[in-house]
Design a protein around this ligand. Structure first.
Ligand code: NAG
Ligand code: NAG
Length: 761
C-alpha cells in the first residue's frame, strides 16, 4: 500500500462503488414489515403485512393468509393455499411456483404421461400478472392453448413445428421449439392444454415431450436442453414447477369496482399508513400503498424517514460530512470555494474560486453575524427585562433611597408639601427620553433637562453625573433640605427618582435663566435694571436670612453665587442648588466640614479654618452684591493679577477710592448714588475677612429692603480711616497664579475637587 498510485486506484474504486450503490447502502437499515408480535419470515421468504400467518391478527383478512410449513420442510416453506410461495413484494406482487403442463411420448408415439393442471385462484384477490408472465409452450411437434374465463373469455395459444435440432437457439423463445404469448390482464384462473400433431415421432430424439406453462418471463430462459427433459423445481411427486407472478392489491369492496384512492381513504378499512402514497393497482382490482419519497418501511404499517446520512462513509453527498438528513429528504453542501448541490447523483461540487472571497464569505460572515447579533440582542433583552426591577432596586439603594426615606420620615409633617419619588419611566417620558433638544443646562454637576409631566407641568430635571458613594450623601442632603423649605424665592424641589443609575432631581421649572447670565452676558445686560438688581439682591438676602434663622434647624447654603440664583419672567430670584448645604444642629453655631464652595465666592476664613458658620454665606452673598454692582465675573483669569478676584479688587478699590470706576455703567446711570453707596458699603461689610465682623443675613436683608423703599441721604464720602482699618491684615488670597484654566472659577465642588482640608479631616 506504499505505492501512492495503487492507493489512488483503490480510492477511485471506492468512490466508484459509492457512486453505484448509494441507494442500496442507504436502504440497509431495518424496519418492521410485519405487525408487532407476528413472524415476518418463513424459510427465506419474508412475509410483509397485509400478508401474515400464525395468529389471525397478523394478516389483513383470510385472502392474505399464508401458512408456513416448518414441521415437514427444512428449510420451512411458505404456502398460499397449496401453492408454494417464493416471494412476496410490497410493490404488489407475489411469486409462486406453478405446475408445468406436459404430454410425453415414447419413440413409437404412445403417450407415456400427461398432466394439464387447472389453475384456479378465483377466490383470491390476486390476478395473474399480465406484465410479468408469459404463456409459454415448448416442443417441436406441439400445439398448446390457454383458456381463461373470468367474466371475460379468452383462448389463445401456440402452434410449433420444427424438424432440425440445429435450428434451435439457446435464449431465444421466438417460435422454434419455444413459443411465448402474452396473457390478458385481470384473469384469476385459466386452463391450459397441450397436444401433438404426430406424437413427436419425427423429433423424438431431441424432443419427446410438449410442455406448457405460464411463467415469470424474466426468469425463464429457453435452453435447447429443456426440449429433452424439462425438470425445473420438481416437487415430491415428480412434477416440474416454474415461477409465476401474481399482482395483489387491497381489493375494492365487493361490487364497487373502479373506485379511486380518494374514496378509499374515507373508508375505515383504508390500509395505507403514515408517509405513504396510495395508487390504484396495475390490475385495477384495488389499490396499493407505497412509501412517500425519502421514506421506507412497510406502507401498510406506516413508513419511516430514511436517514440518508446514516452511513457517513458512503452517504449520497460528495462530502459525506456535509450530509444533513431531512424528513423525506437530505441535503448536502459544498466547501466554501465550491458550488453545487453536493450530491453524488446531483450537480456535485465544482470549484469556483471567483465566488469564494467576496460573496460566499460575505454572505457566510454576514449571516452568522446577523444570527449572533439577533441572538445576543434577544438574550440581552430577556436579561434586561428580568433584571430591570432588581437593577432599579439596587440603584434605589445605591442612590440612598433608604437613607432618604428615613431622612424624610424624620421631617415628616414639617413641610407643607413633601417631595415626591418619581419613577424612571415617568421622567423618561417627560424628557422625551432625555432628548438633546430638552437640555437647558450643563455643568460640572451634570445635565439639566426640561421636562413636561403628564399634568402638563413644566419641570427641570437634574441628571447628576455618575455618583460615587460620597456624593450620595450630598444628593440626599439637597432633597432633605429642599423638601423642608417652602419659600417663594427658593427653587422648589418637586421630587426625585432613585431608580436610575444616577439620581434624578425634579424641580419647578424656572423660566428665565440665571442671574449670572443676565448680568454677565452682553446681550442681557441692558434688560436687568438697577431696580431689578436691588430686588434680586433683597430676595436672595431674604432667602439666606430665612435659611439662617427662620428655618429650624438653621441651614447654611454654602454655595451662593450668581449662577445659583435663577430668575423667572418677572426677574424674581429663585435660589437653587442646595447640594452643598448644611443643617446646623441646634446646639452648635459652627460646624467643621470639608471646605466646599466655589472659588471667587469662597469665604477665606472658612477656607483657612474649615469652620463653617452662617457668615460664609454672608461672604458669598457679598460677592454676588459686587457682581450686581460691577457686572464683573467673580473670578476671571483674563483680568490683570490684581483684578482677578472680584471681591478683593472691589475692597481694594473702595480703599483706594477708585471703586466708582469699576461699577457697571447701567448701575451708575439708573441708580441713586446714595443707594449705590449703601449697597457698596453693605458689600464691603459682607466681605470682611473675619466672619464675626460681617453682618448677619437678617441685617443685610433688612438694609436692602430699606434701601429699596426710600432714598435716604445724598451720597456722603465714607470715612477713609474706616476703610483703612477694615483692610488691615491682608485677606488671604487663593494662589491661583499657576492656573491658566479659564474654567478654574467654576464650582470646585461641582468638579469633584475638594479644596485643602486644613484641619486634616
Ligand atoms: C423477492 O423479490 C425481491 C424484489 O422483487 C428480490 O430482491 C428478492 O431477491 C426476491 N426474493 C426471492 C427469495 O426470490
Ligand atoms: C444450449 O445450452 C445447453 C446447456 O446450457 C447446451 O447443452 C446446448 O448445447 C446449447 N445449445 C446450443 C445450440 O448452443
Amino acid at each position: 500500500m506504499g505505492d501512492p498510485l495503487l492507493m489512488l486506484h483503490f480510492l477511485f474504486l471506492f468512490l466508484l462503488l459509492i457512486q453505484i450503490f448509494p441507494a442500496a447502502v442507504a436502504t440497509l437499515s431495518t424496519f418492521p414489515i410485519a405487525k408487532p408480535g407476528c413472524r415476518d419470515i418463513c424459510g427465506n421468504v419474508s412475509v410483509p403485512y397485509p400478508f401474515g400467518f400464525g395468529s389471525n391478527n397478523c394478516y389483513r383478512d383470510t385472502t392474505f393468509e399464508v401458512t408456513c410449513n416448518d414441521t415437514y420442510y427444512n428449510p420451512p416453506i411458505l404456502f398460499f393455499g397449496n401453492t408454494e410461495v417464493l416471494n412476496i413484494s410490497l410493490q404488489g406482487q407475489i411469486r409462486i411456483l406453478n405446475f408445468v403442463g406436459r404430454h410425453c411420448y415414447d419413440s413409437k408415439g404412445n403417450t407415456i404421461s400427461s398432466n394439464y393442471p387447472l389453475f384456479n385462484m378465483n377466490n383470491s384477490p390476486f390476478t395473474i400478472s399480465d406484465t410479468e408472465n408469459k404463456f409459454t409452450a415448448l416442443g417441436c411437434d406441439t400445439y398448446a392453448y390457454i383458456n381463461g374465463s373470468d367474466g371475460k373469455q379468452f383462448r389463445s395459444g401456440c402452434v410449433m413445428s420444427c424438424t432440425n435440432k440445429d435450428d434451435l437457439m439457446n435464449g431465444s423463445c421466438t417460435g422454434i421449439g419455444c413459443c411465448q404469448t402474452s396473457i390478458p390482464k385481470g384473469f384469476r384462473s385459466f386452463e391450459i392444454s397441450v397436444g401433438s400433431f404426430y406424437n413427436h415421432i419425427s423429433v423424438y430424439d431431441f424432443n419427446p415431450c410438449s410442455y406448457v406453462f405460464v411463467v415469470d418471463y424474466n426468469w425463464y430462459n429457453f435452453s435447447t436442453s429443456d426440449l429433452l427433459n424439462f425438470t425445473n423445481e420438481i416437487d415430491e411427486s415428480g412434477y416440474a414447477r416454474v415461477p409465476m407472478v401474481f399482482d395483489w392489491a387491497i381489493n375494492w369492496p365487493k361490487n364497487q369496482s373502479n373506485r379511486s384512492c380518494e374514496e378509499a381513504m374515507k373508508d375505515n378499512s383504508y390500509e395505507c399508513g403514515n408517509n405513504t402514497i396510495c395508487s390504484v393497482s396495475k390490475n385495477g382490482v384495488g389499490y396499493i400503498c407505497n412509501c412517500s419519497q425519502g421514506y421506507q418501511g412497510n406502507p401498510y404499517l406506516g413508513c419511516q424517514d430514511i436517514n440518508e446520512c446514516a452511513y457517513p462513509n458512503n452517504n449520497p453527498c460528495i462530502y459525506s460530512y456535509s450530509c444533513t438528513n431531512l424528513p423525506g429528504n437530505y441535503s448536502c453542501s459544498c466547501p466554501n470555494d465550491y458550488q453545487g448541490d453536493g450530491r453524488i447523483n446531483g450537480s456535485g461540487c465544482t470549484h469556483n474560486p471567483k465566488q469564494f472571497p467576496v460573496i460566499q464569505v460575505t454572505v457566510g460572515i454576514g449571516s452568522s453575524l446577523l444570527f449572533l447579533l439577533t441572538g445576543s440582542l434577544l438574550v440581552l433583552w430577556a436579561l434586561r427585562k428580568r433584571n430591570l426591577s432588581k437593577l432599579k432596586e439596587r440603584f434605589f439603594k445605591q442612590n440612598g433611597g433608604l437613607l432618604l426615606k428615613q431622612q424624610l420620615s424624620l421631617y415628616e409633617g414639617r413641610s407643607t408639601e413633601s417631595a415626591k419619588i418619581f419613577t424612571a419611566e415617568e421622567l423618561k417620558k417627560a424628557t422625551n427620553n432625555y432628548a438633546e433638544s430638552q437640555i437647558i443646562g450643563r455643568g460640572g454637576y451634570g445635565t439639566v433637562y426640561k421636562g413636561i409631566l403628564p399634568n402638563n407641568k413644566i419641570v427641570a430635571i437634574k441628571k447628576s453625573k455618575l455618583v460615587d458613594e460620597s456624593q450620595i450623601e450630598q444628593f440626599i442632603n439637597e432633597v432633605v433640605i429642599l423638601s423642608q423649605i417652602n419659600h417663594r424665592n427658593v427653587v422648589k424641589l418637586l421630587g426625585c427618582c432613585l431608580e436610575t443609575e444616577v439620581p434624578l432631581l425634579v424641580y419647578e421649572f424656572v423660566t428665565n435663566n440665571t442671574l449670572s447670565h443676565h448680568i454677565h452676558d452682553e446681550e442681557c445686560k441692558s434688560s436687568i435694571s438697577w431696580d431689578y438688581r436691588l430686588r434680586i439682591a433683597t430676595e436672595t438676602a431674604e432667602v439666606l436670612a430665612y435659611l439662617h434663622s427662620a428655618a429650624s434647624p438653621p441651614i447654611i447654603h454654602r454655595d451662593i453665587k450668581s449662577t445659583n440664583i435663577l430668575l423667572d419672567d418677572n426677574y424674581t430670584a429663585k435660589v437653587a442648588d442646595f447640594g452643598a448645604s448644611r443643617l446646623i444642629p441646634a446646639d452648635k453655631t459652627q460646624l467643621s466640614t470639608l471646605v466646599q464652595g466655589t472659588l471667587g465666592y469662597l469665604d477665606p476664613e472658612y477656607f483657612h479654618s474649615s469652620q463653617l458658620t452662617e457668615k460664609s454665606d454672608v461672604y458669598s452673598f457679598g460677592v454676588v452684591l459686587v457682581e450686581l454692582l460691577t457686572g464683573k465675573i467673580a473670578l476671571s483669569f483674563d483680568r490683570p493679577d490684581k483684578e482677578r478676584n472680584l471681591a478683593m479688587h472691589f475692597v481694594t478699590s473702595m480703599k483706594e477710592n477708585s471703586v466708582w470706576e469699576i461699577l457697571e455703567s447701567q448701575v451708575l446711570r439708573e441708580g441713586n448714588n446714595e443707594q449705590i453707596y449703601e449697597v457698596m458699603e453693605l458689600a464691603r461689610r459682607c466681605l470682611r475677612v473675619k466672619g464675626e465682623e460681617r453682618p448677619t443675613m437678617r441685617e443685610v436683608a433688612m438694609e436692602l429692603e430699606g434701601l429699596r423703599k426710600y432714598v435716604k441721604h445724598p451720597w456722603v464720602l465714607q470715612n477713609p480711616e474706616e476703610v483703612e482699618s477694615l483692610l488691615h491684615g491682608d485677606q488671604p488670597i487663593l494662589d491661583l497664579d499657576s492656573h491658566n484654566n479659564p474654567i478654574g472659577y467654576d464650582s470646585l465642588r461641582a468638579q469633584g475637587i475638594r479644596p485643602l482640608n486644613i484641619d486634616g479631616r
